[in-house]
Design a protein. Structure first.
Length: 273
């Protein structure tokens, strides 16, 4: 597998991205968005799977991985800012056929992107168009993530491990857990505040692109009703599918890239038949 990394300036931020430099597929270019606190490495497996079929690009959001933070040493805090930055990245790279692929917080955000930007298609893994947990006691916990007396890594160790599936290979498990070790409290607070204070249900009827929803069933944190809420509102999608995958969990793109890749490829082939 050959992966090329580079920097591009996006809205004044030095932004790191990686690509498999795959062929231009008539179905589109896969633009992959990472989970909370993590980075582009989550999509190495998908880049490998599609190396001869799709151009796959993933980038580190501000304050993640190798990308610079926003002014004030912080990350993105609103869905509007998230959408603007993602679209600016797509434009900087000259991508005219983006298929947005996201997991967890990014699985939420692709709904917003599909509602507000001309994406070719969208893929949401372990996502929801509505999570309003910041008003609960969980929100208090999120607010503590950048407290100097709180270890972001230790506080998320058991939690992250509990979200993985029973079929997750050891190599994938170790990469996911290494990601926990490298998390930054200030960054994770931004991501989880965004993840848990999110509602785009009112505009789901604006999504008019083919949409694939994937759920790893071993993820107890993302229940079926998140998907049911989405499907109920996505009345104008020309093609909408919900695929459930046994034995895998919240980090399904890392846990099972071959399964995710096959689901995406089959879906896009059918959507463009």
């Amino acid at each position: 597998m050959a992966i090329r990394g580079a920097y591009v300036n996006v809205k004044g931020i030095q932004t790191y991205y990686e690509t498999n430099d795959g062929p231009k597929n008539p179905h589109g270019t896969l633009v992959c968005l990472h989970t909370a606190g993590r980075d582009t490495r989550q999509y190495h497996g998908l880049m490998d799977y599609f190396q001869d079929k799709y151009n796959v690009i993933a980038f580190d959001f501000p304050a993640h991985g190798k990308s610079w933070p926003l002014p004030g040493l912080t990350g993105i805090k609103t869905k509007e800012e998230y959408g603007e930055f993602t679209w600016a990245f797509i434009q900087e790279l000259g991508i005219d056929d983006p298929i947005v692929v996201g997991c967890s917080v990014a699985g939420n955000m692709v709904y917003y992107l599909a509602e507000n930007y001309p994406v070719r298609a969208m893929v949401s893994m372990q996502g929801s168009p509505q999570i309003l947990a910041m008003q609960t006691s969980y929100g208090t916990t999120v607010d503590l993530l950048d407290n100097p007396y709180v270890s972001c890594q230790h506080s998320h160790w058991d939690f992250s491990e509990s979200l993985m599936g029973k079929k997750c290979p050891k190599e994938a498990h170790d990469l996911i857990m290494w990601g926990v070790c490298q998390e930054i409290g200030r960054t994770k607070k931004c991501d989880l505040s965004l993840y848990n204070n999110y509602d785009v249900t009112a505009d789901l009827d604006k999504i008019t692109c083919p949409s694939l929803l994937i759920r790893g069933l071993d993820d107890w944190n993302v229940p079926d009703h998140y998907y049911e809420t989405a499907i109920k509102g996505m009345v104008n999608c020309p093609k909408l599918e919900w695929k459930k995958v046994e034995g895998y969990g919240h980090f399904i793109a890392v846990e099972a890239p071959e399964i995710v890749g096959e689901l995406i490829d089959n879906f896009l082939n059918e959507a463009n038949a």
